[in-house]
Design a protein around this ligand. Structure first.
Ligand code: IMP
Ligand code: MG
Length: 197
């Protein structure tokens, strides 16, 4: 239903989208290097298996993976969620599963943003059933004000206010993912706090 949500947000003629920079490319890179160190410090000498959620988490995963010393492998998963009015984690659906088993592995779920928490809540219960050795969560951005599901990330890049952000993997109707920085997208008040996959 990402499409349905995104469709609601299409620009109408006369409306002007604008992006106000929130976190610079430099700050993002610096913070990721610090997170990578922290993760390696928590699991010295272990092979870390990074699992990212397509597509938004991919930029974060590739930069994080390159900053973690030692052995790292990764895999991808894709989900779709059902609209903004959903109140239960059962409303998230898996559209692409992992290629390999996570049993006995030290798994770090790498996500672009933790918003309502429904996606992560769903993924964490799914992964827990697969018996990883450790299961941790790294998110670049956290919007604590929007939380519905009881989940928290172990590694957080930046805590941000309840604004719709784009860039560094985050999109608005599949656009702006390629921006090297994170910015607040404004398109009238209708955008506030909305998310897409
Ligand atoms: P959650 O299940 O509500 O935590 O949703 C998380 C997903 O919603 C993220 O992985 C993003 O794909 C998307 N999302 C949430 N907030 C934003 C935003 O501000 N900009 C772009 N996408 C967002
Ligand atoms: Mg996402």
């Amino acid at each position: 239903m990402a499409e349905a949500r995104a469709a609601k947000k299409k620009t109408t003629p006369g409306q002007k989208e604008s992006i106000r920079p929130l976190i610079s490319a430099n700050r993002i890179q610096k913070r990721i290097r610090a997170l990578a160190k922290e993760i390696r410090r928590d699991f010295p000498g272990e092979r870390l298996h990074l699992v990212s959620v397509l597509k938004g988490g991919v930029f974060f995963l590739t930069d994080l993976a390159r900053s973690i010393p030692g052995e790292v492998s990764f895999d991808f998963i894709a989900v779709s969620s059902y609209g903004q009015n959903t109140r239960s984690s059962g409303q998230v659906r898996l559209t692409r599963d992992l290629d390999s088993s996570i049993e006995g592995r030290t798994v770090i779920v790498v996500e672009d943003i933790l918003d309502t928490g429904m996606t992560l809540h769903y993924l964490l219960s799914l992964f827990q059933q697969r018996k990883p050795k450790h299961l941790r969560v790294a998110v670049l951005l956290d919007k604590p004000e929007r939380r519905i599901a009881a989940v928290r990330a172990d590694y957080v890049g930046f805590s941000i206010p309840n604004e719709f952000v784009v860039g560094y993997g985050l999109d608005y109707s599949e656009r702006y993912r390629n921006l090297p920085y994170v910015g607040i997208l404004t398109l009238g008040s209708a955008l506030k706090g909305r998310g897409t996959e």
